[in-house]
Design a protein around this ligand. Sequence first.
Ligand code: PMP
Length: 276
Amino acid sequence: MYFFKNEFIPAHDVHISPNDRGYYFGDGIYEVFRVYHGELYECDAHMDRLERTALEVKLTLPYSREQFVNILRELISRNSLTEGTVYLQITRGEASRAHPFPQTAEPVTLAYCNEVPRPLATIQHGIRAVTQPDIRWLRCDLKTLNLLPNVLAKQAALDRGVQEVILHREGIVTECSASNLMIVSQGELLTHPANNLILHGITRLVVLRIARSLSIPVREEAFTTDALLQADEAFITGTTMEITPVVEIDGRPIAGGTPGPIARQLQAEFERTFTK
Ligand code: PMP
């Protein structure tokens, strides 16, 4: 069951108009929520980010926060989802193709559930990554459609036989194609500051909160690709990937090619945030 344009309908009854601005321009915003035990994880943080993105791109949300949350909960319930994700997208609506905001178009909401298990194998064993220039725009803090650079980056990693790409702007590491990146260097946890060059990941927030609670020193500061390659540990954070160690970068092993102790400690604490 999907939610589309104000109603719950089967997937095959969802008909997207070719005039939807999401389709022409990528003129829309989205969120991906994690569902553990049938409940939305960090719902308020996701809604905060959705509202902030909407404001920044001048898209008037069609529902209140309470209405959105009720829709998502109803979707979870109608789909009997216990473990997975919920995708929520709002586009600026349907109008003939012209760049200016349409005068009359109504925003179009689409939401659906995915049954996705936790990626336990990669959480346990880690992934390999390559570095690549970050060619995205200067508002990576906004969770908008327009993901072509992310798609190209991810595919470039897969084409090179690894699972993820680590992006950098002139040697300064930003984030990955669909996750944030953290490294451990001399006992400190380092990650790019939450400015316009990265998405302010909800998992990033939770992990930083956990690290501080464990008295692990945290620095939200930019670091170079050289520092990355010399790091004692590296891991990515994201709603679907949770905390996934990166054990090899550009063909070089990190932390001896196995997940490091800080990553392990954070993973264990992270799990406690949703375990009943
Ligand atoms: N950066 C990018 C580019 C992403 O697409 C995502 C996934 N939404 C993240 C970081 C991680 O954010 P979150 O922890 O909220 O999933």
